[in-house]
Design a protein around this ligand. Structure first.
Ligand code: TYD
Length: 136
């Protein structure tokens, strides 16, 4: 599976680093929502869903975590451990997040506002949908 990562150039100087991400300019979509996951307890695995429409960029702005991706045919395990690197997750992609370091802050830029209607939370339903799309 092709894993798409974006590297955002840090504006570094003797004071430290600054990363800026502009909608339209730096990403393949315009983000409408930002959320972040932190204080994740040891051994937690979360996500376990795909989205019908939503596209996202995941950036581990502190610490590290891993992302399991599954497009219904292939899987990938992606390490996120750089504050200036973003993982692109398209729609129709099953994802699970795991191995969070205690200091991990996972920032997510999302193309749509939050709506439960966009979630596929059952893995068998996800596989069925992917296979049906492949037949058309
Ligand atoms: P949840 O979907 O369980 O997170 P994950 O996919 O990482 O396992 O979301 C946790 C809670 O936060 C749940 O009650 C829904 C809520 N939530 C919002 O209110 N807005 C959002 O944008 C997101 C992503 C979640």
């Amino acid at each position: 599976m092709e894993v798409i990562k974006y590297t955002f150039p840090p504006h570094g100087d003797e004071r430290g680093q600054l990363v800026a991400i502009e909608a339209r300019k730096d990403l393949p979509f315009e983000f409408k929502r930002v959320y972040y996951i932190y204080d994740t307890k040891d051994g937690v695995r979360r996500g376990f869903h795909a989205h019908l429409k939503l596209q996202q960029i995941l950036i581990c702005v502190s610490g590290s975590c891993k992302i399991h991706l599954d497009n219904g045919y292939e899987t990938a395990e992606v390490v996120l451990d750089k504050p200036n690197e973003g993982l692109y997750i398209a729609n129709n992609m099953w994802r699970e997040m795991y191995d969070f370091s205690p200091d991990a802050v996972l920032l997510v830029l999302a193309s749509e506002l939050y709506t439960e209607d966009d979630y596929i939370r059952n893995y068998d339903d996800f596989l069925k949908m992917i296979k049906e799309q492949g037949e058309n």
